[in-house]
Write a protein that binds this ligand. Sequence first.
Ligand code: URP
Ligand code: ZN
Ligand code: ZN
Length: 499
Amino acid sequence: MQPSDTPPVEFDLTIRNGRISNADRTFFADIGVRNGVIVEVARGLPAGKQDVDAGGMWVLPGGIDSHTHIEQLSGMGVMCADDFYSGTVSAAFGGTTTILSFAAQHRNDRIPDVLEDYSRRAREKAVIDYGFHLILANPDEQALMHDLPAVIDAGITSFKVYMTYDKLKLDDYQLLDVLAVAGERGAMVMLHAENHDMIRWVARRLLERGHTAPKFHAVSHDPLAESEATHRAIALSRLINVPVLIVHVAGAETVDIIRKAQHLGAQVYAESCPQYLFLEAKDSDLPGFEGAKFCCSPPPGDKASQEAVWQGFKDGTLNVYSSDHAPYRFDESGKLPKGDATTFKEMANGVPGIELRLPLLFSEGVMKGRLTLEEFVALTSTNHAHMYGLAPRKGAIAVGADADLVLWDPNRKTVVSAEMLHDRVGYTPYEGREIQGWPVEVYSRGRCVIKDNQLQVERGSGQFIARSRPDPVLNRRAPAEGRGIFSQFIGLKSATATE
Ligand code: URP
Ligand code: ZN
Ligand code: ZN
């Protein structure tokens, strides 16, 4: 057969004339998709059954948000306002095509029951792909010996553990137990690092003196609570040489501690979130209870801590940028459980951000020259895929990857308002901000999910992604440290492939 007689390759979808950015480079090409997977990236592809002209658009890998609280009971027993439908719809409108959310064990829960219930909720409602982390509140023998290994084998290859909150807090001994299992099995441990006793000691004294308003939430969480716990968490991780990921990093001293540990060869990774780049503690100093809309843990700091977080993203100390979307309404179901009598200690902790995560960073980071487009892609998508075992399926525009794609209009200007968002929170801490750049079309496994500002898919059409083992070797700054001499006497198995 002559080359000219070769039948043209049939694509289900082509996205043509776009300016494509991955974490490593930007180039012009067309994308050919078949059965939900990218099968060609080249110039001059023939039109597919569905042919999209992306001229003038920037085509990026779909966002991955690896820290979202969806349809989850908090440590204080409060149910989030977003279920898997509203949460994933809101994510998709903001350019995110994969979320990881938390199947949360509370102290008396059986882990298999938690997972069964959470899987059912997601399966019926999610419109984009999703995976789970397990929140572990009771690392007893059953959990350590049986449940965690089974969970990892089922594709839930990361756990979140807490150093604070009465009902979730683990002590250092328990943290070591969890880290050891994760190290043996190749899972990632995410740590909420705050010193519980520092916070409750200060909070009690504030309350005794009548300082109950939302602004005192930030006062009660001194940055030392975060930096001390982070230092301790890193020491525990170094003791047995098991990777750890510090989530929602807020403070300048904490960024510094993480950076120093990385330079020593510690296997420490870190996440930060929009609230630590774009909000400050003083935003919660508002009349009445309005400040509750800005309260999360750890709390945002000041201009200097924002600068430290930017720097941490820029120099690779902070690896992933997630929303920590914690959707609580401004009423008795969330922020104000006791109405006008609610103290800062009783408000549900957390701020919404799943839909604005990418647009805020695009506008303030890329458009204002703080980040390159490639760094934006790494922080919002590619690094999450490596950190949490989603690569090579997610996180890049490449042959063989899922066709999770976002067409960005870099010129579109938007004034943020709660009404334009698709979550069920009813407010946004970013109300009134002007941003430039918006994700105008969103594809998940080749399916058009968002177009013309309309949702195009059915509830339940998202898929559970069983994740492989995390591969967080990117951004290593020094060879991995060895363990203490004790390890040869107690038979710790190899913690990572890098040893
Ligand atoms: O305040 C926050 N971050 N609430 C959400 C729960 C958590 O600790 O991530
Ligand atoms: Zn947390
Ligand atoms: Zn969280």
